[in-house]
Design a protein. Structure first.
Length: 286
């Protein structure tokens, strides 16, 4: 199977191998037209997910090299590959793909086992945009394959987007929360939450009124085809609780019941209680 995810994004993988990719610097910047070349380090952490043990045969990392926007590196000369797991070695690079293998050809690994591979001193090219870094695992002599394609953005020199926070971090129900951040001039900014998007370009704050429940907010900064997304959480101490269906097996105590449907709220007797013992509902109960 193949997954497409932004670099650094947490997620649950369905493959027997789950990967995470991080870069140093976290915000990768393209090399300038003149002067010293910008370098970046890619770190890939792979973990064997729950289930039976597997025989892990190979991990590969593909980094596109060239001068255009989809390319990450200007060249692969001088890149320093490494793997942290005992018995594993770097075996070479072909067609922009760096390979790492156990010296025995295959290692039996238990669920939860992890290994880290790094590609250091990657010379970043001069083209602003987004490049794909492909990480692939092979196990059980090739009968199992898991592939993750990470989108890694390359920004112009001086670009930054950081310190995205909610003030205060926790509010009472119905109170406002202010979101704050720092961004460089020229960045296009969009704030996203609960399927709503706001253009906040040129701003460094945004007030969200009448908070009713704990909410995750995302701030997306872009420059051309390059995008970077930050997240923060604003908590509500006494949040509203909304469900489509609610089954209560014990006692339910409340000073108010509301329904947003056209049907009446129905108070039903416990299943174990006989129908004959259930009183007829009064007008206040419907």
């Amino acid at each position: 199977m193949t997954e497409y995810v932004p670099a650094g994004a947490p997620r649950a993988a369905e493959s027997r191998m789950a990967f995470r990719l991080d870069t140093v610097p976290e915000t990768v910047r393209v090399s300038p037209g003149t002067g010293d070349t910008e370098h970046a380090k890619i770190t890939v952490v792979g973990s064997v997910t729950d289930g039976e043990k597997i025989t892990l045969n190979e991990i590969t990392v593909k980094v596109l090299a060239g001068s255009d926007s989809p390319h990450f590196a200007s060249s692969l000369a001088g890149v320093e590959p490494a793997v942290d797991r005992s018995g594993w070695t770097y075996t070479g690079v072909q067609q922009s793909t760096f390979s790492f293998m156990p010296s025995s050809g295959g290692e039996v690994v238990e669920p939860g086992t992890s290994l880290t591979v790094t590609l250091d001193r990657i010379p970043v090219n001069k083209a602003i945009g987004s490049s794909q870094v492909t990480v692939t695992a092979y196990w059980n002599s090739g009968s199992g394959t898991g592939r993750t394609i990470f989108e890694v953005a390359k920004f112009p020199p001086g670009f930054h987007l950081k310190d995205f926070i909610a003030v205060p971090a926790v509010v009472d129900n119905g109170k406002d929360v202010e979101l704050r951040w720092q961004a460089s001039d020229g960045a296009t900014l969009h704030l996203l939450h609960e399927n709503v998007q706001y253009d906040v370009t040129g701003r460094s704050e945004f007030t969200v009124p009448d908070m009713r429940r704990t909410t995750v907010f995302y701030l997306r900064g872009s420059h051309g085809a390059a995008e970077l997304t930050l997240g923060t959480i604003a908590g509500v101490a006494d949040p509203d609780f909304e469900v489509n269906n609610l089954v209560v097996t014990g006692a339910l105590r409340t000073d108010r019941l509301e329904s947003h449907t056209l049907d009446r709220i129905r108070i039903a007797a416990p299943i174990a209680q006989s129908a004959a013992a259930v009183p007829e509902p009064t007008a206040e109960e419907v």
